[in-house]
Write a protein that binds this ligand. Sequence first.
Ligand code: ADP
Ligand code: ZN
Length: 808
Amino acid sequence: MPLLADVAVPVPLSQAFTYEVPAALAAEVRPGARVLCEFHRRKLLGVVLAVSERSAAIDPSKIKPLAALVDARPALPAELLAFLQELAAYYFAPIGEVLRLALPAIEREQVRALKAQGELGGVLDLGRAKQVGGRKVAYASATDVVEEPGTLRGQAAAVLALLRANGEQPVARIEERFGNARSALKKLAERNLVTLDEREPPRDPFFRRAEERDVPPELNAAQAEAAARIDAALAALPAPSGGGEHPAIAGQEPRPAGQEPRPSAFLLFGVTGSGKTEVYLRAIKSCLDRGRGALVMVPEIALTPQLVARFRARFGDELAVLHSGLSDADRHAMWASLHVGKVRVAIGARSALFAPVPDLGLILVDEEHDGSFKQEEGVRYHARDMALLRAHRAGAVCVLGSATPSIESVALVRRGKLAELRLPDRAHREASLPEVSLVDLRRFGAGPSGDPLISLPLHRALEKTLAAKEQAILFLNRRGFAPSVVCGSCGTLTTCDACSVALTYHRGRRRDARPPSPGGALAPDAPLDERPEGGRLRCHYCDYAGPLPDRCSSCGARNLLLEGLGTERLEATIAGSFPEARVARLDRDVAGKDRSQAILAKMREGKIDILVGTQMVTKGHDLPNVTLVGVVNADAALGLPDFRASERGFQLLVQVAGRAGRRDRPGRVLIQTRNPEHPAIAFAAAHDVPGFLEREIRDREEVGYPPATRLALLRIDAVDEGVGRGAAAKLAAHARTCPEGVARRVEVLGPSAAPIARLRGRYRFRVLLRARDRGPLRGALAALSGLIRDGLDRNARVIIDVDPVAML
Ligand code: ADP
Ligand code: ZN
């Protein structure tokens, strides 16, 4: 019988293809390895899913041999490969696309080897694979050898002491500190006290400076209890195999059947500033001590340099930091060091989920409630949900951490799937949760600035903060200068041509944020010609940017008004009202690659008095001198047509409030709203997270939304409105008549136009499937996937979004 390989190729099809393994490659072709294979007369890079000796199910003469093997050591370890296949099945996503999420770039050496075999001549498509390789950097590390006492002097002794204290270092970094580093290292290497090796450099900003090792603080009682529970779960894991081949994958059950499993997945529910990070650090240490690797996922790593610094201070450079700012070479170097087991801890955003961490023992998801864990394009996976799945399958421990846990995670606690660990108090002895007051905007008018969104209480609070030489954060959910441009004569809103959304006016002058006239903001209704030049209208949903027209497109009146308050205008208004204050802004418009880190660093150094910004200011920053947080308009997020609007608004409020008073000085939070009775606002003001969760879960149960039910959203779009509507109608009808639909195990809602009915020139429709249980929902989706593949107008695009998050 021939040796056959099932190969996934990077095409949007869900099945794998069968190839014959040539005898010469029989010993080396293993699951997870990349191969070159012929596909419709092109050569594609595929991944072997399985190899077996069997008779082919199709005509043997149609089976082609594999053209070449790319990886001698499988690029995807067994544990990761199995997980990716399960992820693809869960999301009804093409396996080839899913694998691509996890595959590393191809090393130039591999390409050279293939060229030498003559494999890269002719038609070639490496399936968008990137190529890396090149410059190497020298590293020095101390060995275990002990020197003869008194034989080392001067720089040689100092360099050795540095390496012993801080772990290995790039030689270049040692040279910065010691003039004779080269000769000192040579001497040390000759005596076997130091080893030198060459490798691809981490040129990443996170590694630019050496981080001093820290001394772990003593845990408080709640932290100690949480750490002990996680440690016990780690202790219960089987010993690592060392080869990446995990018992769960090899078909053995990790636990004896019938025995009540120990909890191995946790929700770490700790108030802001309660010291969750310290618990993570202990958990990783315990995991490493047991010979296993750990994976840490954080929402937006560019915004968390402080967190990364704390990890580096504890674990040194033995930490792979994965983020979108990495060059291909850096990313590959990180990937490779994990893959060969040289580095055992990876930290990164959503996509770190696919890091080839060796002998995975622990996955941590920090700020697990954060929306950024859901990928909203391509394979629409949720990294938090999949972290639980990967950990479970790998027999690893999973810890989800948050001060404002997601409703989903809380539901898992109630169903006994997650064990809850609580940190009820702030870690710093003197720190307490800030005092929150609501400012009812219906009762308070504009303060001295003249802008109705800067009320008198907020103005006074800012004055007090500045007088005390403390810092303030003002949070506003809208970027740009004015969120809408409206005709003062006929009321027409200026919208994007390609999207059914309002255009935002951006003034876009970054350097000088102060308005032309001191003491006042631009009056919202000032006629156009008094407004500064150079502004642009931008669409926040597509790339459109254009000039501000001088007349209304509908009635022609020269009477366009800039309405509403965005962060740009807020910054200008605050700078005008507090001329002595140093005001800065943090939002996506100013945050280039390193800019956000620079702004946060300035904030930490006390060089900014008032920081104005969007969600970016709410994320986990530990800024000791911030004593005032102002939420300028709490209502902005609560009115969205999305069943999670209330939950998200609540999380934002609690998180941003959590930036205040993190040390000895008490913090204060002002929340401005027209809707003080809204539960998200009332519970946030009372710091009552459990109360909110309780109520929200009850509300969801009543209206039948997750976690009480499960959803799948079919997203349909087309350039032609009729085509889109037609496809949506066909899908909805098919869903209603499939067995699960007929039996009413799956409820079909729609077709309907999406809340944003047009986006980037395409009309959008949707069909929502809802079920009590996952099984029937999967049944219905399976019934629909055939129709989606070849039963609809080719001009309509359909995306299956399982467990959707973005409902707009
Ligand atoms: P969280 O991640 O829960 O918001 P952090 O981990 O940032 O909280 O901790 C808040 C602050 O408390 C940090 O400055 C941290 O160094 C400090 N901290 C944490 N644990 C302890 C402890 N056991 N003793 C003293 N300080 C601690
Ligand atoms: Zn647009």
